[in-house]
Design a protein around this ligand. Structure first.
Ligand code: FO1
Length: 317
């Protein structure tokens, strides 16, 4: 293989950790991190992009690793004032995090694209690697429930994922083109691999695959696609994946992850706790790597990044 450029597809928390690991071992010229924007929403007049921010904070080493989202050493004075004013307080915006939303929102309102604003904000935080939205057009994930379709943050934060999910849809597609940097990465002559980070396939990766032309471009690719499974020990570490799989009538197993990605998938990295799944996955024609996938610190993130890259036969620095 001649190229060495890696295209990583990421959602929030778990995906952001692997994205940070990839950035730690690859030169900026060798990595494009495309991030889900299906979780984005307008709140209190601000444009909130939770997954872009999770990846940004992880690469800038600003992320709160205990909470899993937002900025570390955060304070909540603005939130307290909002509450005192009787404004919506179901979605928690920390003071430092609020600065990010303010900067992004006024620049979007002034006419910059989400790609342009994201490049500006990540550069300002000292990030040299490319973090790019999947699209500059709004795509909004919605979860079907008995009460109708809920916008993603209503389902995830306000309802704490309690409603039984009957389906997932992405408002805005078709009709949302890939962002310029995403389209460019897909077309690169030196593209060597696509790494799907350990994010929720239904809620975080599917929106990226639903962007106009992306699935077709991935189907036509000439490079391996490696997914790191978000399941550990037969369940999801954090987030609603296990619950969602059950509600959608699928077994909570790596077989479901592999089935979901279908022909797009060449290689799956699964956790040691799920080593027993390897035989079945190999029988489906997949390459399988069994490795520790839980990322508690920078060492874990880099180790898993190297595992994913070696699955693609890419030598990391
Ligand atoms: N998640 C929560 O569970 N509760 C919150 O109040 C919350 C606020 C929040 C603010 C900014 C941000 O970037 C993310 C935030 N998240 C919160 C996380 C977010 O809802 C999810 O982690 C992602 O959308 C799923 O990837």
């Amino acid at each position: 293989m001649s190229g060495r450029h890696v295209l990583a597809l990421s959602g929030g928390v778990g995906g952001a950790k692997l994205a940070a690991g990839l950035a730690a071992v690859l030169d900026p010229a060798d990595l494009t991190i495309v991030v889900n924007t299906g979780d984005d929403f307008e709140h209190l007049g601000l444009t909130i992009c939770p997954d872009i921010d999770s990846v940004t904070y992880a690469l800038a080493d600003l992320n709160d690793t205990v909470r899993g989202w937002g900025v570390k050493d955060e304070t909540w004075q603005a939130m307290a004032m909002l509450r005192a004013l009787g404004e919506a307080d179901w979605f928690n915006l920390g003071d430092r995090d609020m600065g990010m939303h303010l900067a992004r929102s006024w620049r979007l309102r002034a006419g910059e694209t989400l790609s342009g604003v994201t490049a500006r904000l990540t550069r300002s935080l000292g990030i040299a690697h490319a973090i790019v939205p999947m699209s500059d057009a709004p795509v909004r994930t919605q979860v079907g429930t008995a009460e109708g379709w809920l916008d993603f943050q209503r389902y995830f934060v306000a309802e704490q994922c309690r409603p039984v999910a009957t389906g997932v849809r992405f408002a805005g597609v078709p009709g949302a083109a890939p962002s310029p940097a995403f389209a460019a990465a897909l077309a690169r002559e030196d593209l060597a691999a696509i790494v799907v980070c350990p994010s929720n396939p239904y809620l975080s990766v599917d929106p990226i695959l639903s962007v106009d032309g992306v699935r077709a471009a991935l189907e036509a690719r000439r490079v391996p696609l490696i997914a790191v499974s978000p399941l550990v020990g037969g369940t999801s570490l954090k987030g609603p994946l296990a619950k969602l799989l059950g509600e959608l009538g699928r077994p909570v197993s790596n077989a479901s992850i592999a089935d979901h990605y279908g022909d797009l998938l060449d290689h799956i990295v699964i956790d040691g706790a799920d080593a027993a799944d390897a035989g079945d996955l190999q029988a489906r024609g997949l390459c399988v790597t069994v490795a520790p996938t839980v990322m508690c610190d920078a060492g874990d993130r880099e180790r898993l990044a190297r595992v994913a890259l070696s699955a693609a036969r890419i030598k990391a620095g």
